[in-house]
Design a protein around this ligand. Structure first.
Ligand SMILES: Cc1cc2nc3c(=O)[nH]c(=O)nc-3n(C[C@H](O)[C@H](O)[C@H](O)COP(=O)(O)O)c2cc1C
Length: 204
């Protein structure tokens, strides 16, 4: 099978945008076969020592309502009453019901963490999630990576069956863009601000 050209790959990378659940079509489901391909692509990310430090909990159908309820309960649990925001609480209940698929991405430290430092395993999961988002983009799906503090709440962790060394690093909302959605634009600062070029002639 021919590889995509660099131009095609660059176009795909730059086309990927964070699409919020309110901009997804809640009536259109995502085929299981497509989800499996996207998840499989995620697992082809680089990972030091081939530890594959990831686990994906995929919520669809009514399971999304349970997820929403758990997120709301966790928010209540960890938020001091003076900081509690009703709008955030409501959004936590709505978002999982607006996206047809929500994936909780887990950093799973096999054997409770071994020779590979935790930071490298987090980096591997982040690479996997970028793979996942790019595959989803190529399929025409929209979605975004959400990382609310409630993911670290004790009851939420327990509900996902996380052990001490594991962490939920994000919720990936996925779905088909709603009809008529104007694909969001974004920008990045110029490369010159972010790259330091070293040339041999400067070495002496
Ligand atoms: C680790 C990580 C966590 C993120 N968490 C959130 C989040 O909690 N809420 C949110 O609105 N966006 C979140 N995002 C998405 C960013 O806001 C988004 O990538 C950024 O605005 C750039 O937009 P783009 O994805 O369309 O390029 C997260 C992204 C990453 C990489």
């Amino acid at each position: 099978m021919p590889l995509p050209t660099l131009a095609d790959l660059s176009a795909l990378i730059r086309h990927r945008r964070s699409i919020k659940p309110t901009d997804l079509d809640p009536s259109r489901s995502v085929a299981q076969e497509l989800l499996c391909q996207i998840l499989e692509d995620a697992t082809w990310a680089p990972n030091h020592g081939l530890t594959e430090p990831w686990k994906f909990h995929v919520f669809q159908g009514n399971a999304r309502s349970l997820l929403a309820q758990k997120l709301q309960n966790a928010y209540r649990e960890i938020t001091p009453p003076s900081e509690f925001r009703e709008d955030k609480y409501i959004k936590m209940g709505e978002n999982p019901r607006l996206a047809p698929v929500v994936i909780a991405a887990i950093l799973e430290r096999h054997g409770g963490g071994g020779k590979i430092p935790e930071i490298e395993e987090i980096e591997a999961v982040a690479s996997a999630l970028q793979n996942l988002q790019l595959s989803a983009t190529a399929a025409g799906l929209g979605g975004y990576w959400s990382s609310p503090p409630v993911l670290d709440a004790p009851t939420f962790r327990a509900w996902l069956g996380l052990r001490d060394a594991d962490r939920c690093l994000g919720l990936i909302y996925l779905g088909w863009p709603r009809p008529g959605l104007a694909w969001p634009r974004s920008q990045r600062r110029p490369l010159v601000e972010k790259v330091v070029w070293h040339h041999a002639e400067l070495d002496s």
